[in-house]
Design a protein around this ligand. Structure first.
Ligand code: ADP
Length: 485
């Protein structure tokens, strides 16, 4: 089948995969970026805090701690630094070193005096600053402090430590990150794979069912377990397929009914035409009788075709309502008067009662058709007494028109169906002129006007068909537009 489906570039499965991988990539980029950019800053801040804390401890313990030398050694090793504690004459008392050659305060190139000068020049109790050390190609930190008061110091403390992660801390973190990245990518791909499968599976299933539907299997049930949206889609599609099935069978019925209804008069036409040709051609009385039947059948055919046309136009929304103001009682009387002929001929009796006249505003031709169809049905189905009752009842906001008969009545089950096209209850009389479309036309017209309508019926006693015109013109003047013939 050549449907106008546009071919999507990428399947849902792949799309979900794509998004998931993109998300994973972003997470990793962020992780790596923060690690690399901030690790050093973070390390630096930590180092400065450590050095300051060590300095406070060393100054505090000076002259109090028995194992002062040991304490200094421990601090030096723990914090990767070199320390110099000197007396007030700047003579070295303790010199501890965990850095070796890179230490700036020991050895032949010691810059001890320079740092102490910097401290003195600053006028502060302690100073610390960063300096680039080309030997280790990174920044190093120098802290210089008085021991005791700056005006009369007991001695000096100098601490020097590099500001890059020593040892393998940073590289361990990086290596871990690589491992984590690898595992997460594998996990991500696996999750994305299963997730996309879980999401796309029900859709694929529904598509398969839809293909079955296209092939004409209307009883197909759409299954969409998995999640809410797909469940909703599945039930909507199941409902749609039921509706398609209903419409399809109605259409088949319609075609069968129309063909049947057309074939019957056609058979008659042919039979009587042949009869005139072969038998009654020269017998004017018989011939006219046969011609009358031909005319009657032709009328019936025309009626059917007109009904089908009317209904299809109404249902396609192609017929617009032609609103005009007219007197409802006058219209009713006018319609009923046209049944005089049939009343006299066949003994039918149409009783009309009405409340005071009212002017209404609606499509007179169409409302007329509604009343005709209802009276025709009532005549066709009324009981032995051949009585039909038509009433106009004025209500505060509407005018109710009722058409009652004394016929067999309609079961509740049938009431729900007889407004459908071509529906005929079991006990309908075929000799009665009717196309099975009358009530569908009534329904279509009243719906178009947005008027309420309905049936009340008692089996064995008769039925009442009613509708209510709500477009009432509030004026004393009453006009009546006579229907053109
Ligand atoms: P038609 O009368 O041409 O068959 P309608 O659409 O007018 O088609 O009516 C549909 C069916 O409703 C009829 O075949 C009949 O079974 C039922 N029906 C309509 N009017 C009456 C009525 N007044 N009393 C009993 N049954 C009715």
């Amino acid at each position: 089948m050549n449907t106008a489906r546009t071919k999507p570039e990428i399947s849902l499965k792949l799309k979900i995969w794509e998004y998931f991988l993109f998300f994973t990539a972003v997470v990793f980029l962020l992780l790596w970026f923060f690690q690399i950019v901030f690790l050093e800053n973070f390390y630096e801040g930590m180092k400065i805090t450590d050095v300051k804390r060590a300095a406070i401890d060393i100054i505090y313990a000076y002259g109090k701690e028995e194992n002062y030398s040991n304490m200094l050694t421990e601090t030096t090793l723990k914090n990767d630094m070199c320390i110099e504690v000197s007396d007030k004459y700047n003579r070295t008392l303790y010199s501890k070193d965990a850095l070796g050659k890179t230490c700036l305060i020991h050895g032949p190139n010691s810059r001890k005096s320079e740092f102490i000068e910097t401290l003195k020049a600053s006028g502060k109790t302690a100073v610390y600053y960063k300096e680039y050390n080309s030997t280790i190609s990174s920044n190093t930190l120098i802290l210089v402090s008085y021991i005791g008061s700056p005006s009369n110091p007991n001695g000096y403390l100098i601490i020097n430590t590099p500001l890059v992660p020593i040892g393998s801390t940073a590289s361990i973190i990086k290596r871990q990150l690589i491992t984590i990245t690898f595992f997460l990518i594998v996990i991500g791909i696996t999750i994305a794979f299963f997730m996309s499968r879980r999401i796309s599976e029900p859709i694929t299933r529904i598509t398969k069912s839809a293909e079955q539907l296209v092939a004409g299997h209307y009883d197909i049930k759409f299954e969409g377990q998995g999640y809410l949206e797909i469940q909703q889609l599945a039930s909507t599609l199941t409902y749609a397929s039921q509706e398609i099935s209903r419409v399809d069978s109605m259409q088949k019925d319609l075609i069968a009914n129309v063909s049947h209804d057309i074939r019957t008069p056609l058979t008659m036409l042919k039979a009587y035409a042949e009869m005139i040709r072969d038998i009654s051609g020269n017998n004017p009385k018989k011939r006219n009788e046969h011609l009358d039947i031909i005319i009657e059948e032709t009328d019936r055919l025309a009626l059917l075709v007109n009904d089908i046309l009317d209904l299809s136009k109404l249902e396609a929304g192609k017929q617009n309502l032609n609103y005009s103001e007219f007197s409802i009682t006058e219209l009713m009387k006018d319609i009923i008067a046209r049944y005089d002929g049939i009343s006299k001929k066949s003994g039918y009796n149409i009783h009309f009662t009405s409340d005071s006249d009212r002017t209404v505003k609606c499509d007179i031709i169409k409302i007329q058709q509604v009343i005709y169809n209802l009276i025709n049905n009532a005549i066709n189905y009324t009981g032995e007494d051949k009585a039909v009752y038509v009433r106009q009842i004025n209500k505060p906001k509407s005018i109710r028109i009722e058409v009652s008969d004394t016929g067999p009545g309609i079961t509740q089950e049938d009431i729900n169906l007889i407004f459908d096209k071509y529906y005929r209850s079991e006990n309908h009389k075929r000799e009665v002129v009717g196309t099975g479309l009358g009530l569908s036309i009534v329904k279509a017209i009243l719906k178009k006007h947005s008027y309420d309508f309905g049936i009340s019926s008692v089996i064995g006693q008769g039925s009442t068909f009613w509708f209510e015109i709500t477009d009432i013109v509030r004026t004393k003047e009453k006009r009546y537009t006579k229907k053109e013939k």
